[in-house]
Design a protein around this ligand. Structure first.
Ligand code: GAR
Length: 201
């Protein structure tokens, strides 16, 4: 059984979808802990599912590196097989990325490498894109630059707002995330080979 730690900053709707999937007896992964960089609403989902939580408040540390050291200490207590960033709105310091890579994945509300960063949905709208998407990637030390594990296109509608577009992207993200976690757990997806060229037939 693959053990998963999930890190969030916000409402945790994608976390909730993963918790619901993982509650099914035939799902090959379990969420063992949920952490956040702030008092996130999404903690309520973890509590409903009886999953422990930890808080490492970014603003209480003098630097990203110090915050990362405490985050790493907390993650190490649970020693999960996989760390999922599901709406964590902080860049991890390289020390944390290096500690977990490649067992560290992120969901992003755009079709990477298009529209990386904290405002993927807003940036797609501002660019006048007619389609955007959702991606699940391996985290590296860049901003949304790691190997892409799964992605899917989502159309942008003429009357879309940032909210309406994001709400249409999120169900796609959830489906991709759950499928990626399942494939990692079954061994179908080997993270140590993510980003490597496909073998020639
Ligand atoms: C998700 O769309 C996730 O991809 C995005 O935040 C949202 C969290 O929603 N993350 C990023 O933009 C990271 N760059 P949720 O809290 O409802 O799951």
């Amino acid at each position: 059984m693959l053990t998963v730690a999930v890190l969030i900053s916000g409402t945790g709707s994608n976390l909730r979808a993963l918790l619901e999937a993982a509650a099914s007896a035939d799902f090959p992964a379990r969420v063992v802990v949920v952490g956040a960089d702030r008092q996130a609403d999404g903690f309520a989902h973890a509590e409903q599912f009886g999953i422990p939580t930890f808080l490492v408040p970014f603003r209480e540390f003098e630097s990203r590196e110090h915050w990362g050291e405490e985050l790493q200490r907390q993650l190490a207590v649970w020693n999960p097989d996989l760390v999922v960033l599901s709406g964590l709105m902080r860049l991890l310091p390289a020390s944390v990325v290096d500690a977990w890579a490649p067992r560290l994945i992120n969901t992003h509300p755009a079709y990477l490498p298009e529209f990386p960063g904290a405002h993927g949905v807003r940036d797609a709208l501002a660019a006048g894109a007619t389609e955007t998407g959702a991606s699940v990637i391996v985290v590296d030390t860049g901003v949304d630059t790691g190997p892409i594990l799964a992605q899917e296109r989502v159309p942008v509608l003429a009357d879309d707002t940032e909210h309406s577009l994001h709400e249409r992207i999120k169900p796609v993200e959830r489906r991709l995330l759950i499928d990626v976690v399942r494939r990692i757990a079954t061994g179908e997806l080997d993270l140590s080979r993510a980003g490597a060229p496909a073998p020639t037939p």
